[in-house]
Design a protein around this ligand. Structure first.
Ligand code: UD1
Ligand code: CA
Length: 457
């Protein structure tokens, strides 16, 4: 079965009160329209076409990578008018699926069951029962219970307004039929719009069965019109992801306080995640990893048996097996930690590699450095990697010991098993196995008197 999916996305989204077109607002860091596209893209034999209008330039720029035909609807004269813009690109013998750029969470399984209801003699319509159906088109059924038509709220009688089964707008229909009906739409209604929903009555008149199906959860068909609805769908989406991770063996201390804005490429066993953790981009987490509260991890690879304590920020980094990070550590892009590395509190690491078993436990900045194995870097050590114009590298070889409060002025090499005395400013290479220090000699003055407070006049 060949499918053409038409995503309607021309609307303005006035109630978002935003300079950004509605369909570019995000759920889990991904634009609403991209959510819809990604779902559609999972259907086989599917050609996606997007009808766009408001914010045309920024929409196409932001989503330039989508493999889709973009069809501009210059004036928004209704959902039927929007689909008409694609009419000449629809083949007779394919199935057309109508989706909406601001209804982001429709599931693939729901789309598939809708499509399964389509044949030359039948079409599929996705409906949902709402406690409060206000604002939606109502599904009017005949005495036999078959769908007769859809009536928009603004055109509905008082009796029709009592109907709780509403139109989601999502439908699937044979190409030849749809094209014919689109040609017959009028704007003879309360809103002077070309309603796509009028095709239902045309189908019934022609003896085409309108077969309804419903989604598993109502959130799948909810649209985003304002930021309250955006937040509601964000929380729904996050909870679904959290529930999925728990079924895969992750312990979440509170699934309501967990956010995944991206995807997990490798998910180990017995991962424990404390509250308020945010995972972004592409993440890989090994077995027996513990992630402390309030930690943000972005585009990083976390090895087995890693412990990340509270309040860490980790981005574009690799943390080797058995390492311990934090609390309050920041690993910036291109940080590569080997196995059993300890990075402690208030330590910032950037574009540096740290080899097996090394420890940087307190209050340090390590940037543009290569740190060997079994190195101990004392509290308050700073790599001075930047002279105001260029960056330079610091190399610390295996087994070195850097005393506290040391500045390593790059480019500089600290040799194997070298020791740097505390409080040193190292500007030249420190040879291996030796103690190097640069420190004013300590003196003690015998008989020195503390100043005493002057008598006031
Ligand atoms: C539509 C349905 C209604 C249904 C509801 C579900 C019609 C006539 N009514 O109503 O039965 O219950 O959706 O949410 O179809 N759009 C365009 N171009 C246009 C008009 C709309 O691209 O000219 C897009 C909008 O961007 C939006 C979608 O179509 O994503 C729906 O349009 P909207 O105006 O919100 O339709 P409703 O009046 O809510
Ligand atoms: Ca709407």
């Amino acid at each position: 079965m060949k499918i053409t999916t038409i995503i309607l996305a021309a609307g303005k989204g006035t109630r978002m009160c935003s300079a950004v077109p509605k369909i570019l607002h995000n759920i889990a860091n991904k634009p609403l329209l991209r959510h819809v596209y990604d779902m559609g893209n999972q259907l086989e034999n599917n050609n996606i076409k997007i009808v766009y209008g408001h914010g045309a330039e920024v929409v196409r720029e932001t989503l330039a990578d989508l493999r889709t035909a973009w069809i501009e609807q210059k004036q928004q004269l209704g959902t039927g008018h929007a689909v008409q813009q694609v009419s000449d690109q629809i083949a007779d013998d394919e199935v057309v699926l109508i989706l909406y750029g601001d209804v982001p969470l429709l599931k693939l399984s729901t789309a598939k069951s809708l499509l399964a209801n389509v044949s030359v003699q039948s079409m599929g319509l996705l409906t949902v029962d709402l406690k409060n159906p206000a604002g939606y088109g109502r599904i009017v059924r005949n005495d036999g219970g078959q769908v007769a038509k859809i009536v928009e709220e603004k055109d509905a009688s008082e009796i029709e307004k009592q109907i709780h089964e509403v139109n989601t707008g999502i439908m699937a229909v044979y190409g030849s039929k749809l094209k014919k009906w689109l040609g017959q739409l009028t704007n003879n209604n309360a809103q002077n719009e070309y309603y796509l929903t009028d095709v239902i009555e045309m189908a019934v008149a022609e003896g085409v069965d309108v077969v309804t199906s419903q989604p598993d959860t109502v959130e799948e068909v909810l649209g985003v019109n304002n930021r309250i609805q955006l937040a509601q769908l964000e929380r729904f989406y996050q909870l679904e992801q959290a529930n999925y991770l728990m079924t895969q063996g992750v312990t979440l201390k509170d699934p309501l306080r967990f956010d995944l804005r991206g995807s997990i490429d490798r998910l180990g066993q017995d991962i424990e995640i404390d509250i308020n953790v945010i995972l972004e981009g592409n993440i890989s987490i090994g077995n027996n990893v513990h992630i402390g509260s309030n930690t943000v991890i972005k585009n990083s690879i976390i090895g087995d048996h890693v412990e990340i304590l509270a309040n860490c920020v980790i981005e574009d980094a690799k943390v080797g097996q058995g390492s311990r990070i934090g609390p309050y550590a920041r690993l910036r892009p291109e940080t590569i930690l080997a196995e059993e590395v300890h990075i402690g509190n208030f330590v910032e690491i950037k574009k540096s590699s740290v080899a097996f078993g090394s420890k940087i436990n307190h209050l340090s900045y390590i940037g543009d450095a290569t740190v060997g194995s079994q190195v101990n870097i004392g509290a308050g050590t700073i790599t001075c990697n930047y002279d105001g114009a260029n960056k330079f590298r610091t190399v610390i070889e295996d087994g070195a010991f850097i005393g506290s409060d040391t500045q390593l002025v790059a480019p500089v090499v600290v040799g194997k098993n070298a020791t740097i005395g505390a409080g040193s400013t190292i500007t030249k290479d420190a040879p291996e196995n030796q103690l190097t220090l640069s420190r004013v000699q300590q003196v003690s003055l015998a008989g020195w008197q503390r100043p005493s407070k002057k008598q006031e006049d």
